[in-house]
Design a protein around this ligand. Structure first.
Ligand SMILES: NC(=O)C1=CN([C@@H]2O[C@H](COP(=O)(O)OP(=O)(O)OC[C@H]3O[C@@H](n4cnc5c(N)ncnc54)[C@H](OP(=O)(O)O)[C@@H]3O)[C@@H](O)[C@H]2O)C=CC1
Ligand SMILES: CC(C)=CCC[C@@H](C)[C@H]1CC[C@H]2C3=C(CC[C@]12C)[C@@]1(C)CCC(=O)C[C@@H]1CC3
Length: 345
């Protein structure tokens, strides 16, 4: 019988390691001397020292080989939030996360760090300095959020100090940075189509945007603090830049950094939200005949027009979290990393 290697506490697997956050996490883990495996539905890059396993996390048989002799697993895979595919979200985020937990336990993994989201408590109305004890959203704004709630509950409930299987959930908000496939590309696409002229509401709503390296830092701190006696076991933690900013100031800075004009004209929030709701209903009714994806979905309008920022006091206290890159520097690094999205490029 083959002898099983004793998992070293510096051997880890990143599920979703080909994605935006996952790849940044992999790079930092390597820098910190971890040996890293990636499990993802696609392989988007190659890096010396990283072993890739390709497969669907819902399939335990393909997942298990990626977890052998590993003591720590990061789970940051999810379908893109922009999708409207309820079945996909339920399959990957709920059933798939159950499979991840079972596979971890079966493979003898000791620590599981989940990338959750601060949006699990967001219902489309203001949140100011929200703490982790806010209740989960009763009416989540979309299937993504609905299934992220279930996913977080599953992972936290699986924490079992007696069995030495420890879990923690990191709740980032508005991740941005080099190689992000969402925020800057959506913003630039909207600007190039001439639709970034308007500010929804009075433009004073404060939001958290979190530079990707801070999110990575929060994940690694959580992994390194996860011990049977630690207060972080089975708990969620907000990880942000801890510098709430006006949503429209942030958008304007990124746009102007890339050579586009900042939005100037104000539109009333309720009017835009109402129109977005109508468009969404229309798209739903017409779906069997024509398929169109409105830019202004109710979810996006709510994100752009309300306050949603969170306290990271708990992360500071329990694991000594402090952002490593400030917002201004994060924006500069991000803008510099998108030369191909500059105006006229
Ligand atoms: N970006 C943000 O602002 C925020 C993100 N989060 C969370 O952070 C995590 C990472 O997000 P981000 O890096 O932006 O997302 P990405 O889409 O860039 O990365 C997710 C990765 O998971 C892969 N994946 C999807 N489904 C499966 C599957 N069934 N099996 C294996 N791999 C799969 C994706 O592949 P493919 O691309 O082919 O689908 C992708 O490579 C997610 O859990 C997200 O919910 C939380 C808060 C904010
Ligand atoms: C803080 C947070 C949760 C950010 C998440 C990222 C995305 C949800 C945003 C990235 C670009 C944003 C954007 C809009 C809404 C929210 C985003 C998609 C608009 C569609 C809002 C309405 C507009 O006037 C255009 C905006 C383009 C960019």
């Amino acid at each position: 019988m083959a002898t099983r290697l004793r998992p070293s506490n510096k051997r880890c697997t990143v599920i979703g390691g080909s994605g935006f956050l996952g790849r940044h996490l992999v790079e930092k883990l390597l820098e910190r001397g971890y040996s890293v495996s990636v499990f993802d539905i696609r392989q988007s890059y190659e890096l010396p020292g990283v072993t890739f396993y390709q497969g669907d996390l819902c399939d335990k048989r393909t997942l298990l080989p990626a977890l052998q002799d590993v003591s720590l697993v990061f789970h940051c895979a999810s379908p893109a939030p922009g999708s409207d595919n309820r079945e996909l979200f339920e399959r990957v985020n709920i059933l798939g996360t159950r499979t991840v937990i079972e596979a971890c336990v079966e493979a003898g993994v000791q620590k599981l760090v989940l990338t959750s989201s601060a949006s699990v408590v967001f219902e489309g109305t203001d949140i100011k300095n929200g703490r982790e004890d806010l209740p989960y959203a009763k009416k989540p704004i979309d299937y993504y959020t609905q299934t992220k709630i279930e996913q977080e509950k599953l992972v936290l409930a699986a924490c079992d100090t007696e069995k030495n299987f420890l879990t923690v959930a990191i709740r980032p908000h508005g991740i941005f940075g080099p190689r992000d496939p969402q925020l800057v590309p959506i913003l630039v696409d909207t600007a190039r189509r001439g639709k970034m002229k308007f500010i929804i509401g009075d433009g004073t709503n404060l939001v958290d945007f979190t530079f990707v390296e801070n999110v990575v830092h929060g994940h690694i701190l959580a992994a390194e603090h996860l011990r049977p006696s630690s207060p972080i076991c089975g708990k969620p933690y907000h990880i942000t830049n801890d510098e709430p900013v006006r949503f429209w100031d942030f958008m304007s800075e990124v746009l102007m950094g890339l050579g586009y004009a900042a939005p100037r004209y104000h539109l009333p929030y309720t009017l835009v939200y109402g129109l977005a709701l109508l468009l969404w209903l229309l798209a739903l009714v017409l779906r069997p005949l024509v398929s169109f994806k409105p830019t202004f979905t109710p979810m996006r309008v709510a994100l752009a027009g309300t306050h949603h920022y969170y306290s990271c006091e708990r992360a500071k206290q329990d694991m000594g979290y402090k952002p490593v890159i400030g917002l201004k520097e994060g924006i500069t690094l991000t803008v510099q990393s998108y030369p191909h999205l500059r105006r006229g490029a």
